[in-house]
Design a protein around this ligand. Structure first.
Ligand SMILES: [Zn+2]
Length: 172
C-alpha cells in the first residue's frame, strides 16, 4: 500500500513522535508500506510522521537496495567534523538546500525482530539517518539550512504551508 506523504504545513510533521512499544504485525505492515511508498516516490528515506503516523521509526535505502527498518533509534555523533550535503525531502517537494551534519554517527535501534542493534555509519547513509531521525522530533531539514538559504526559500515554504492547510481543511 502506498501512503500519502504529508507535506510542509501539516501539523504532524512538527510533533515529537512516540516510542514504538511493541513490534507487532501492524507495525511490520506499516514499515513494509513505508518501504513501498519510499520506492514509489523515489526517496532514499521515509519517516513514519511523514505518512501521518506519529511513531519513532523510519526506513531507508541509500541506493544499494539494502533496506533498513529502524525502530526507536538513538543517534550519537562520532566526530565533530561536519559534512555538507544537498538535501531534499518528500514532505518539502521542490526544495534542495545544503545542510551540515556530523559525517560519522553511532545509531542504536530496535530491528523488526525486536533485537537491539548498534551500528557505526558514515557518509551518505549517516546523512539520511540523521535527516530521518530529525523527523521523529518534528525537525525538518529546512530548519537547518543557512540563514541566506532560509531567506531564499521562505516565500516558497509559506506558499506550501498555505496550500497544505487548505488541502487538509477540504479533507476534514
Ligand atoms: Zn525528510
Amino acid at each position: 500500500m502506498i501512503y500519502e506523504i504529508k507535506k510542509y504545513g501539516s501539523d504532524i510533521l512538527r510533533e515529537e513522535a512516540k516510542n514504538v512499544e511493541k513490534i507487532d504485525d501492524e507495525i511490520k505492515t506499516i514499515l513494509d508500506n513505508m518501504v513501498e511508498t519510499m520506492y514509489e516516490t523515489k526517496g532514499v528515506g521515509l519517516a513514519a510522521p511523514q505518512v501521518g503516523i506519529s511513531l519513532r521509526m523510519f526506513v531507508c535505502d541509500k541506493g544499494d537496495g539494502v533496506v533498513k527498518k529502524i525502530i526507536n533509534p538513538k543517534i550519537t555523533p562520532l566526530t565533530n567534523t561536519l559534512t555538507e550535503c544537498e538535501e531534499g525531502c518528500l514532505s518539502v517537494p521542490g526544495i534542495y538546500k545544503k545542510v551540515r551534519r556530523p559525517e560519522k554517527i553511532k545509531i542504536e535501534y530496535t530491528n523488526i525482530d525486536g533485537e537491539n542493534v548498534t551500528e557505526e555509519v558514515d557518509d551518505f547513509l549517516a546523512i539520511i539517518m540523521q535527516h530521518e531521525y530529525d523527523h521523529l522530533d518534528g525537525i525538518l531539514f529546512v530548519d537547518k539550512v543557512s540563514p541566506i538559504a532560509k531567506r531564499m526559500i521562505s516565500r516558497k515554504l509559506q506558499a506550501m504551508k498555505k496550500e497544505t492547510k487548505k488541502a487538509e481543511e477540504v479533507e476534514d
